[in-house]
Structures are given as structure tokens and as C-alpha cells.
Design a protein around this ligand. Structure first.
Ligand SMILES: *[C@@H]1O[C@H](CO)[C@@H](O)[C@H](O)[C@H]1NC(C)=O
Ligand SMILES: *[C@@H]1O[C@H](CO)[C@@H](O)[C@H](O)[C@H]1NC(C)=O
Length: 516
């Protein structure tokens, strides 16, 4: 077998090419459907609830699900506006749940009025568990609490394809003129910063499958996107899990295994498990396979004799293995973006995160939140705002960069050209500042901020912000993650925000206003 680096698009945030792809992506968004795979609980994170209910950042407390829905609604509105569409579309949103997450996900949606979506716009598809196996001979495992029941465990997010196929939604979408299905996972607060440009790449390059990727450090715990060519000539572009990449490379003539090249990164782009599929070819493929995805088994053995399992195992399948069955004519590509812009998943609990090799990302609630502030700060910097340098702080044993706590709602800016229209070079923000932009038409003419400023405005209110704002602001207070008296969502971050003093302005009526 031959292992090569496949071809794809490598983007640089903010350059003309990036801006062009973003604009194409926003136009295409009205022909997209979004699918969130959210069958897992937050146990591994140290959080008992469903992961999509976790705050993506604690400055505003916006949870992941709310953020995703706000982004989809903002894309929907921007896309329709761009095409001066008199008949606005509703972008379909599917959430794959499991027995563990179904009821709490539904409750979260219902108790928050679906975060502004129409209830009919959101569909929940529940995946089922599969039978467990007790030993190498694949004897069926019985439930330890009830020997008349078969023990079951989750089958993996690969189920999403057969669930979609069986739901009949794909044909409905196809008949409605949709062209794209975007799959994403539950806890990446940066994800939608990468969506417009990568959808633009899919549309421009005509990719049937587009995997979002970030530069990958050798041995980093994310899969690598590879091009595999078998001895008989069959090829595929596919994710290889990080623990399999090194042995695969070593047995195929790459004697250094999984190592960095001269760029300081692995030559294989790091898969962030965000797929954009073109709907037509996707339906054709599922008509053939009915959504079946190659399965694997990953038993944890008691010892090196590999005769008995630590606990029962089962077959599993992964969403990103979809391209494995595609014909060689399928156009399979990828889009690489900077990790600071696109990828900050919350997967590791504080103890596991603190053990990550130095220089590799923590992927914890702490780093996930800090990444949002960093990305927003870097985006504003690129747009000309003077943003102070970060300071380094340790929370929960993890050394992180703390940038000004800047957040905005997606309707304020979805793409870089929106940001550029709404800020100018006269603005500055100090490191200890907090800036919450909650409104569509808020323009920053010459703000100098050293403290906390929160602006809430209805879309019909146009607010011009100038002058200087100085107050005690909001500060991070470190907490001990072992302190059981504190809420889990704070403990897994290692800090709480102390709201000392802020300027908060509300504009609830239409009109023109200035804040100075
Ligand atoms: C897939 O199968 C369905 C049902 O049999 C059919 O209506 C549809 O036209 C097929 N689509 C494609 C793209 O082959
Ligand atoms: C602004 O509106 C929010 C939400 O309605 C409210 O909680 C807050 O107290 C208001 N702030 C001011 C300064 O009026």
C-alpha cells in the first residue's frame, strides 16, 4: 500500500482568496442542511449533563447548542439577503441523539423555545445501541444486572448515515433543491468561523466530500487525512486514526513514522471531523449502501496474552469513514484552516488535559473557552483594531493565553468582510477588557476600551460606538476543580468570572444611537 498526502485547499485567514470563499459559502448556505452528531454525554469531561448544554464561554454563558443554532440562523438570514430572496428558506437542522442524550436535548430545546428556530426546522434522530461481545469468539454478552437481557453499548457516530437514509429526509431535501449536508460534532465553539469558507471551497471545487482540517502536530490525538493506494490500484482519501497512522507509515516505507516535516507539522492534515457532503452524490451512494459504514472492533484486553477483555466490546463505526466505499471517480478533498480559527473542541477533563504533551492542545473546557477569546481578538486585530497582547495564566494545571474577552453574536459578523465593515482602525482594547457585542448593527468608530462593555441592541437599532470606556471590568478568579461545592461547568474550567464593574447599554427601540 502507498500512503500519500492528498490534495486539497489550504486557506489563510483574511486574504482575498479566503474572503472570496467565504462569500461563496454564505451564498450557498441557503442550499445546506446541518447535522449535529450529539449522542455522547460529558462524563469523560467531568460533566454529568449533555455536552451541547455546556457554556461555550462563560462571559455570556451561551451554550454550544445555542451558539450553533444562532450561527445557522444568521447564515440563513445572510444567505437569503444576499440573493434578495423574497421567499426566505429555513435551513434544516438535524441532531443525532442517543438514549443517553435524547430526552435532555429535547428538553434543552423546548425550554429555550428552540433558541429561535422554528420547532419544525429541528429534527432529532435517535441512534440505538448494539449488542456487546464477551470474548474473541464473539459470544454475545449478557447484561450484568439482568441475565435475560443482552448487554448493549453505543455503536459510534457512523450511524448518522443510515439514520439519515432511513429518515427519508435526504430525498425531501433533494426535492427542495438543497445541495449540501454539513456534519459537525458537539463541542467546538470555533466551528462556524470555518464553515462559510469551507462551504465556498466545496462549491468552487465541486467536492463531493470535503473534510475540514487543521495543521496537525505529529502524534497529536487527531486523525490524519491520507491518500491510500492499494496494490491493486484502488485509492481512497480517508481519515487514519492517530494511533494507526504511525504503524501504517512505518510499514509502508516511511521509516520515521508519524513525524513532523520541515514546516514543523505532520504533512498529513489533521481531521477535525467536520464533513461537507454534496447531497446528490451522497444520496446516490446511500441508495447503494443504505448508509452502512465499515465497522471495527476495538477490544481492551486484560493482558498481553490477548485472550480476555477488560470489559465487553462491540462493533463501532465512524462518520468520517463514509468515503471508504466511494468509487474512484468521487471528488474527495479537504480544506485546511488555522487551528486558532477553526478548532477548539472540549473533550478532555482537567486531569487528562494537564497530561497532554507540551505544545499540543489541551482540548479542555479551559482551552476551549480561551480559544474563543483568542480567535475573536485575532480577527479584530486583522481588521485593524489594536488588541493588547495576551498574558499567560495557569488554570487547572494548564498554561493558557488569556486574551481580552471579546464575544459577538453571529448576526453581528459571520464572515471577515462583516467584521471589517463594523470596526475601524481607531479602536483599541486592553488585555483585561471584556466586550460583548449583542446586536446586528453595532459599529465601532473609535472605541478605546479598558474594562467591561456590553452592548445589547435590537436589529433595527443602529449604534455608533466611539470614545473611551474605563471601569473595573470583569476578572477571572481561579478555582479548584476538586471543590465539589462549585458547579461542574465552572470546575472543569478552573475559573469563574467576577463581575466587578461594567458599562451595559441596551437599545430596544429602532433608531440611530451613539455611545461615546
Ligand atoms: C435514491 O432512491 C430513491 C428511492 O428509491 C429514489 O427516489 C431516488 O431518485 C434515488 N436517488 C438517486 C440520486 O439515485
Ligand atoms: C439590559 O437588558 C438585559 C436583558 O433584558 C437586562 O438584564 C439588563 O439589566 C439591562 N441592562 C440595563 C443597563 O438596562
Amino acid at each position: 500500500m502507498l500512503v500519500q498526502v492528498p490534495s486539497g485547499e489550504v486557506l489563510t485567514f483574511g486574504d482575498d482568496n479566503f474572503i472570496m470563499f467565504e462569500e461563496v459559502g454564505v451564498k450557498e448556505a441557503r442550499k445546506a442542511a446541518f447535522v449535529l452528531v450529539a449522542g455522547g454525554l460529558g462524563e469523560r469531561l467531568g460533566y454529568k449533563g449533555i455536552k451541547v448544554a455546556l457554556p461555550s464561554e462563560t462571559t455570556t454563558g451561551t451554550c454550544f447548542l445555542q451558539n450553533y443554532i444562532a450561527c445557522i440562523l444568521a447564515l440563513q438570514e445572510a444567505s437569503c439577503k444576499l440573493l434578495e430572496d423574497k421567499y426566505p428558506v429555513e435551513i434544516p437542522f438535524v441532531i443525532m441523539t442517543s438514549d443517553d442524550t435524547h430526552t435532555p436535548t429535547l428538553k434543552l430545546l423546548e425550554s429555550n423555545s428552540f433558541f429561535g428556530m422554528k420547532p419544525g426546522q429541528v429534527k432529532l434522530l435517535k441512534q440505538e445501541k448494539v449488542a456487546c461481545l464477551d470474548d474473541n469468539d464473539a459470544r454475545i454478552a449478557l447484561d450484568p444486572n439482568d441475565k435475560y437481557m443482552i448487554q448493549t453499548k453505543p455503536h459510534g457516530h457512523g450511524d448518522v448515515h443510515s439514520l439519515l437514509y432511513n429518515s427519508g429526509l435526504l430525498n425531501i431535501w433533494h426535492d427542495a433543491g438543497l445541495r449540501w449536508v454539513l456534519f459537525f460534532q458537539d463541542t467546538n465553539g470555533l466551528l462556524f468561523k470555518a464553515i462559510p469558507a469551507s462551504l465556498g471551497v466545496s462549491a468552487t471545487k465541486g467536492y463531493h466530500v470535503n473534510s475540514l482540517a487543521v495543521p496537525r502536530k505529529a502524534k497529536e490525538a487527531i486523525g490524519g487525512i491520507t491518500k491510500l493506494t492499494h496494490a491493486d490500484g484502488r485509492t481512497m482519501v480517508i481519515n487514519v486514526e492517530y494511533n494507526q497512522l504511525d504503524p501504517l507509515l512505518r510499514t509502508t516505507g516511511h521509516s520515521d513514522g508519524d513525524s513532523n516535516c520541515e514546516t514543523g507539522y505532520s504533512p498529513f492534515p489533521g481531521n477535525i471531523n467536520q464533513l461537507i457532503l454534496e447531497l446528490g452524490p451522497y444520496i446516490e451512494e446511500l441508495n447503494r449502501t443504505h448508509g452502512a459504514i465499515a465497522e471495527f472492533v476495538n477490544p481492551k484486553y486484560k493482558d498481553s496474552s490477548k485472550t480476555s477483555f477488560k470489559s465487553s466490546t462491540r462493533l463501532e463505526c465512524m462518520m468520517q469513514d463514509y468515503p471508504k466505499t466511494l468509487p474512484p471517480t468521487a471528488r474527495v478533498g479537504f480544506t485546511v484552516m488555522d487551528a486558532w480559527l477553526a478548532y477548539a473542541p472540549v473533550k478532555n477533563n482537567p486531569e487528562d488535559a494537564a497530561k497532554v504533551p507540551k505544545g499540543n492542545p489541551y482540548h479542555s473546557a479551559t482551552s476551549g473557552e480561551m480559544a474563543i477569546y483568542r480567535a475573536n481578538s485575532l480577527i479584530l486585530r486583522k481588521a485593524g483594531v489594536q488588541i493588547a497582547d495576551p498574558i499567560t495564566t495557569v488554570f487547572n494545571g494548564q498554561e493558557v493565553e488569556v486574551w481580552p474577552r471579546i464575544t459577538w453574536k453571529p448576526k453581528w459578523a459571520l464572515i471577515f468582510s462583516d467584521v471589517k465593515k463594523k470596526v475601524n482602525k481607531g479602536c483599541s482594547v486592553s488585555q483585561r477588557s471584556t466586550l460583548v457585542i449583542n446586536g446586528e448593527n453595532i459599529y465601532f468608530g473609535g472605541l478605546s476600551l479598558d474594562g467591561a462593555l456590553l452592548i445589547n441592541a435590537v436589529s433595527e437599532a443602529e449604534v455608533q460606538v466611539t470614545g473611551s470606556v474605563e471601569n473595573k471590568g470583569w476578572a477571572f478568579k481561579p478555582i479548584d476543580f476538586k471543590d465539589n461545592s462549585l458547579p461542574e461547568e465552572n470546575r472543569i474550567r478552573g475559573f469563574v468570572i467576577e463581575k466587578l464593574e461594567q458599562l451595559e447599554k441596551n437599545y430596544s427601540e429602532p433608531g440611530q444611537f451613539s455611545l461615546h
